[in-house]
Write a protein that binds this ligand. Sequence first.
Ligand SMILES: [Zn+2]
Length: 132
Amino acid sequence: MIVLNLTCANRHPFEGWFASADEFARQSATKLVSCPYCSDANITRLPSGPHVKRAVATADATAAKLLAAVADLARNSENVGTQFPEEARKIHYAEIPPRSIRGIATATEVKALIEEGIAVLPLSIPAKGEVH
Ligand SMILES: [Zn+2]
């Protein structure tokens, strides 16, 4: 037995139990299937699980937006490489004018920066997404 999501010409949604999808096709072609609400016999099968597909599409869009934001950040900041912890400190203590920087820091260096109250955003950008 399979359960199909069905709808009539008046858009009443209901479930139909059939031996198989072929059996539903045969019964609906001969008008043996009718709407439990209005007895309409023009029954169409709804695509199964459209909500699941929509949810995946939304997640993809969110990930794409996030990647775009990261790429923007990378483009609009100066790559200071391994000088990152030192530059971040200078900016924090106003030794140099503030600017957006990005670079490389070890986990220990990042921890030290955070402990000093310096806002750093650890980001892992795939190597091929790096913008120079
Ligand atoms: Zn109906």
